[in-house]
Design a protein around this ligand. Structure first.
Ligand code: SIN
Length: 535
């Protein structure tokens, strides 16, 4: 089993950004993709609602999509990034359709034949969807193309530990082969991080268990700049089932797509009152930050851990056809959504911050690129517009590979592999320094202090408390981690610290970042991105 591999492009992460990057990169050279679980275990696969694109050029336009994205972003979107997203997004989505992605068709011919959905803060119907399993359909389409591509080599169950930096340049990744339990070195002319977000830093999240901020943490440790770390989006409607115990690690919560509200479902508090009109004229379809805070407020006032989503006014057959996964999953859990109200509450869902890149995915570290949820270039500002995340991964995954191709053409640069030859043998990884129970306890401390103190509503007091708790865990992890659990915990601890620090520094409220002690938006002092890096 060779423990050193070389390629032109090393892509870390197998969601939409990684697959989109791999497809483009394979036109120019040899590509390796690393995924820490199975390649199908991604946030992309769990995405329900859809992918936003102004493909209906009669009722919609890229200009309208641009405006809605900017408005949701609460003053922090970068116009150039958003312009690229909405215009190139249309091209990339059309390519996806040509590759065989099966999006739902309309019964009438409106929207170029596609059934376009509406979601929060969109002024036009522009969400292409495949029932309520859009991410899975996109992953299937891109995955099929990649598997057929002889230039792409996929290493599943391989977790990046750290970037390899030589003479200031990123030349690859030191990784842990989880199946063979050994260290491997992957050397590349260009490394593209597409590892997704950090939802697992929170007790309640819709994100899969793999979302532990690994790429962001690796890049930060290697000297890259991270930005907008305070902006975590809470999805308003995750399914709340049992009275959940705070002293055990919660499983990812099942998402009830915003598209359900787009089709007319309404939110009711525990007194059975519809409440969203008190908070915003767009009611249930206000931007996500507003809906999540409104639900939080109602839950506090009625001392409940959930509100309800009612589909009572929707046609039963339409619900089953349009939302088959939600219908079936809820039924398996004892809820018939054509009849029963759905208990829902906000959960951590998407990270607007991440590794700072330019519009081509370049970081400040030569040889290192990032795209998708782990990257940040002002596309989503302080609050992402619904269904713009798949589009972001598709567009900027592609762009980062296209930009990185020049690295592979640099003949002066030779990969230095001598240092990386003396590596561990199969099965040579030692046991964790921490006992299993300690690892679980530390993870729970991070997740609950983030949920309780760095959540939907924050304050100096809560953030200071979180920093202290995170700092205590960090002290116990003051060694080079060896096992998957240790590496993930170390990464979660680092990204949680950075998120908390940024939330403490930003003494205003904006988009998804709400400070009880600074409830107003302060453009004069804070209409800017906060950046963090080592040294
Ligand atoms: C949803 O279906 O509500 C999630 C889609 C998204 O996060 O944009």
């Amino acid at each position: 089993m060779p423990n050193l591999e070389k390629c032109d492009f090393l892509i870390v992460g197998g969601g939409i950004a990684g697959l989109s990057a791999a497809l483009e990169a394979s036109k120019y050279g040899k590509v390796i993709i690393l995924t820490k679980d199975k390649i199908s275990e991604t946030a992309t696969k769990k995405a329900q609602g859809g992918i936003a694109a102004a493909i209906d050029q009669i009722k919609d336009s890229t200009e309208f999509h641009f405006e809605d994205t900017i408005n949701a972003g609460a003053g922090l979107c970068e116009e150039e990034s958003v312009r690229i997203l909405v215009t190139e997004g249309v091209e990339r989505v059309k390519e996806l359709i040509q590759m065989g992605a099966r999006f739902d068709r309309a019964e009438t011919e409106a929207g170029g034949g596609f059934a376009l959905a509406l979601e929060g803060a969109h002024k036009r119907r522009r969400i292409l969807h495949a029932g309520d399993a859009t991410g899975e359909e996109i992953q299937r389409t891109l995955g099929a193309k990649i598997v057929a591509d002889k230039l792409v080599n996929i290493h599943q169950h391989t977790l990046g530990i750290d970037l390899i930096i030589e003479n200031g340049k990123c030349i690859g990744v030191k990784a842990l082969d989880l199946k063979n339990k050994c260290i491997k070195y992957f050397l590349a002319k260009a490394t593209i991080i597409t590892t997704g977000g950090l939802g697992q830093a929170y007790h309640y999240t819709t994100n899969p268990e793999v979302a532990t901020g690994d790429g962001i943490a690796m890049a930060y440790r290697a000297g890259a700049v991270v930005t907008d770390m305070e902006f975590v989006q809470f999805h308003p409607t995750s399914l709340v089932q049992f009275e959940e115990l705070k002293d055990i690690i919660a499983l990812p919560r099942f998402l009830i797509s915003e598209a359900v509200r787009g089709e007319g479902a309404v939110l009711l508090n525990n007194k059975d009152e519809r409440f969203m009109e008190k908070y915003d004229t767009q009611k249930e379809l206000a931007p996500r930050d507003i809906v999540s805070r409104a639900i939080y407020q109602e839950m506090q006032e009625t001392r409940s851990d959930h509100v309800h989503l009612s589909l009572a006014k929707l046609d039963h057959e339409k619900i089953k056809k349009r939302f088959p996964v939600i219908y079936k999953t809820c039924l398996e859990r004892g809820l018939d959504i054509t009849r029963d109200n759905i208990p829902v509450a906000p959960a951590a869902h998407y990270f607007m911050g991440g590794i700072k890149t330019d519009i081509e995915g370049r970081t400040k570290t030569p040889g290192l690129y990032a795209a998708g949820e782990c990257a940040s270039l002002g596309i989503h500002g302080a609050n992402r517009l619904a269904s713009n995340s798949l589009l972001d991964g598709l567009v900027f995954g592609h762009r980062s590979a296209a930009a990185a191709k020049h690295e592979t053409q640099d003949t002066r640069y030779k990969i230095q592999d001598t240092k990386h030859k003396a590596t561990s043998k199969k099965g040579s990884i030692a046991n964790s320094k921490l006992k299993e129970a300690e690892l679980k306890r530390f993870k729970l401390i991070i997740k609950s202090s983030m949920w309780d103190n760095v959540g939907i509503v924050r304050s100096k007091e809560s953030l200071t408390k979180a920093l202290k708790l995170i700092g205590e865990v960090e002290k116990r992890l003051n060694y080079s981690p060896i096992t998957k659990e240790e590496i993930e915990l170390k990464n979660l601890t680092l990204v949680s610290k950075l998120t908390t620090k940024a939330a403490l520094d930003r003494t205003e409220s904006r988009g998804a970042h709400y400070r009880r002690d600074f409830p107003k938006t302060d453009d004069k002092n804070w209409k800017k991105h906060l950046e963090y890096h080592l040294n």
